[in-house]
Every structure is written in structure tokens, then in C-alpha cells.
Design a protein around this ligand. Structure first.
Ligand code: XIL
Length: 368
């Protein structure tokens, strides 16, 4: 009988007194299984990169070779007031990555969420002028990218600039500055660290209308001299969306523009319907008064469906290994995930005790 890699490890663990089951070090690892294809990473929260979450620590350092900051590099935590930066947690995050030899991602510089209201206000609380907002954007980008120059390998410079129909989102950035905020943000990030990789990151680009908007955006950046290294597909997926064909087409479309593709925030939402997007305000609205069907655990049948869906996704990613540079999960264990919102979601490869799920097994098996 041929044992799957995980089962084989667990069986070996039983023979040696059960140690393997409790020691993630003896599991096959994602980073080595996919080393010839792409990096594999996870978004970390503060207790994880501060090494306070000792349960997760071995798993993180063994399984992943790239990390993303779930929140600590966003404007709100790092730059809470006009003259005040708070770099403590961000420094810890970067130090963690260096200590364990990880490729360190910066997320993000310009976004419509998790940006304090003061950014868009003048001293009297009115709407700030275009020039003053450009100055603020410049100073923020120079300070943050400059601080981690040579240590952070790539930045999500602008996050989620597009509407679902492919038009530019009417964020405060867009309303006050106009569409050239995009090119400026990339130019300043490059000025702050000329060797750092610059990314554009968004969700739902697997849908043709939004993808067309992304293509136009990327072409605008390129025609203005921006050297865009890669586009990030967030990968906040559902069981039935997007189809493998949609992902294939999306990756091919971006590759044809001469940019790499990264899966930057991978998870599988079992609770929300497939037509609901990863927009943060939609996520909050959906969590209100919603039921919690898997509060007592995930039925085996659904666990198996999740494993099959993960296998289906990684087959697509492997088909495009020449274009895809990394696959990053948005969290380490199911308990960490932003998709819970007070409910019980099961979106990742490791469970609430940081043990591998059947989906881990199916994904690892694909690499062999
Ligand atoms: C999420 C974090 O996971 C949450 O902890 C936070 O409350 C809200 O933001 N798209 C992104 C990420 O680009 O930054 C978001 O992260 C998830 C959606």
C-alpha cells in the first residue's frame, strides 16, 4: 500500500512513540515541495512574528519561505498621526523575516481601508488640497519604504484601486488627487528603494470586466515608465469561484504584459456565497446576523471537498509555475483567519491547532 506523505509521516511518528505527529518539523514542507515552482508563504499576525505564539512558530519557519504582514505595515498602525510613526511592530516583523531567511513582503502603501481619516483632512477638518495630499503620500512612502530599504523585497504599492466593473474606484485618493495618484505612488516607492519590487494587488481580477480594468491600469503604469514586477491576485476564493479556466486566462493575460503573477492572500471561504467579493465593507456586512453552520466542526464530506478544491487550485498554479513567483496564504491556521468574523470558517491548510488538514495532504501530493 502506498501511503500519502502525511499519512506516512504520522505512521512513522506512531512507531517512534508518536513524536512525529506533534512535531511539525517531520511533516513534508510546502516550501520544499514547491521549491522548483514558486515560493510559498503566509500572512503573519503580531503574536506570530513576535514569537509569542509558540504553537505556530515551528510550523511557520518550517513550512514557509516568504511572509506577508497581515496588518502591521498598513497606514493606520504605522502612521497613526501626522507627525507620529509607530514602527515597533513593523520592525519586529521584518526582523523575524531576516532571522529565518524569508522573502519579506510589504503590504501595503496606498489603500482605501485602514487609512486614518486625518490623511484626507486639513488642519480645520476640511478636505485637504490635491497638493497637500500628494505631499503626504510622498512623505509616507519615502519614510516607510526607505526604512526597510534592502530588507523588504517587494511592496504592494497600491491595493484594490479598481471597482468590479474595471473602472477606477472613487477612493479619497482618486477623488482628491485624480488618477495620477497611481503613477506617483509607484514612482515614489521606486525613489525610496530603487531595487525593491513593485506590485499591484487586487481581488476578483479573475472576472473579465475587472481584469480588463487591471490591464488598462498596468499599461498606464508601464507607459509612464513604472517597472511593475508583478500583479497580485489576492486569491480570496470560494468553492465554486473562480473556475480553473478563469484563473488560467487571468494569469495568461498578465503574463502577456510582461509581469509576473503572485497569489498573495489565498484562502477558501466556506460561509459566504460565491457572488460576494473580498471587499472589506462587504465582509463586515455579511458577518452581521449570519449563521454559523460549522460551529461544531467541519463534516468529513466538506473537509474532502475543500481538499479537492485546493488540489484543483494548485494544479492551476503549477501549470503556470514559470509566471507565478509565490503563493501566500492569508493566515497560518484556520483560527487566525480574517474570514471567521465571529463564526467558524475553515479556509487554510492548517486547523485551529496548527495541525495539517486533508487539504495539506492533497496539495503536497501534487508536488511529487
Ligand atoms: C484584512 C486583515 O486580515 C484583517 O485582520 C483586517 O481587520 C482587515 O484587513 N484584502 C487585503 C488585506 O488586501 O489587507 C485584508 O486584510 C484582506 C482583504
Amino acid at each position: 500500500m502506498k501511503l500519502s506523505p502525511v499519512i506516512a509521516c504520522l505512521a512513522a511518528g506512531l512507531l517512534t512513540g508518536g513524536r512525529a505527529a506533534s512535531q511539525p518539523a517531520s511533516l513534508p514542507t510546502l516550501k520544499s515541495a514547491f521549491r522548483h515552482a514558486f515560493r510559498v508563504g503566509a500572512a503573519l499576525n503580531a503574536p506570530q512574528f513576535a514569537e509569542q505564539n509558540t504553537q505556530a512558530l515551528n510550523l511557520i519557519t518550517n513550512q514557509f519561505n516568504t511572509i506577508s504582514p497581515e496588518n502591521v505595515l498598513k497606514w493606520e498602525p504605522i502612521h497613526p498621526a501626522p507627525d507620529r510613526f509607530n514602527f515597533d511592530e513593523a520592525d519586529q516583523y521584518v526582523e523575524f523575516g531576516r532571522k529565518y531567511g524569508m522573502f519579506i513582503v510589504g503590504h501595503n502603501l496606498i489603500w482605501q481601508y485602514q487609512t486614518p481619516a486625518w490623511v484626507f483632512q486639513d488642519a480645520k477638518g476640511g478636505v485637504i488640497t490635491r497638493d497637500a495630499l500628494l505631499q503626504r503620500m510622498h512623505d509616507h512612502i519615502l519614510a516607510v519604504v526607505g526604512r526597510y530599504k534592502g530588507r523588504i523585497g517587494g511592496w504592494d504599492v497600491v491595493n484594490e484601486a479598481l471597482n468590479d466593473d474595471g473602472s477606477l474606484r472613487q477612493s479619497h485618493w482618486m477623488q482628491i488627487i485624480g488618477p495620477d495618484y497611481l503613477v506617483k505612488a509607484y514612482q515614489w516607492a521606486h525613489e525610496a528603494d530603487p531595487t525593491v519590487e513593485l506590485y499591484y494587488n487586487d481581488y476578483s481580477m479573475e472576472n473579465p470586466e475587472k481584469r480588463a480594468g487591471a490591464v488598462a491600469l498596468i499599461k498606464t503604469l508601464q507607459s509612464n515608465g513604472v517597472n511593475l514586477a508583478a500583479v497580485g491576485l489576492q486569491g480570496h476564493y470560494k468553492m465554486d469561484w473562480p473556475t480553473p479556466g478563469q484563473i488560467d486566462d487571468t494569469i495568461d493575460t498578465f503574463a502577456a504584459l510582461g509581469v509576473k503573477v503572485m497569489i498573495t492572500e489565498l484562502d477558501l471561504d466556506l460561509l459566504r456565497p460565491s457572488n460576494r467579493t473580498a471587499d472589506l465593507s462587504q465582509m463586515d456586512a455579511d458577518a452581521q446576523n449570519a449563521n454559523d453552520p460549522y460551529a461544531n466542526g467541519l463534516p468529513d464530506s466538506v473537509q474532502q471537498e475543500l481538499a479537492s478544491r485546493y488540489a484543483e487550485l494548485f494544479k492551476v498554479f503549477l501549470r503556470h509555475k514559470g509566471t507565478i513567483t509565490r503563493v501566500t496564504f492569508w493566515g497560518v491556521g484556520d483560527g487566525d483567519s480574517w474570514l471567521n468574523r465571529g463564526r467558524h470558517n475553515y479556509p487554510l491548510l492548517f486547523d485551529r491547532h496548527y495541525q495539517p488538514k486533508p487539504a495539506f495532504d492533497t496539495v503536497i501530493a501534487l508536488a511529487h
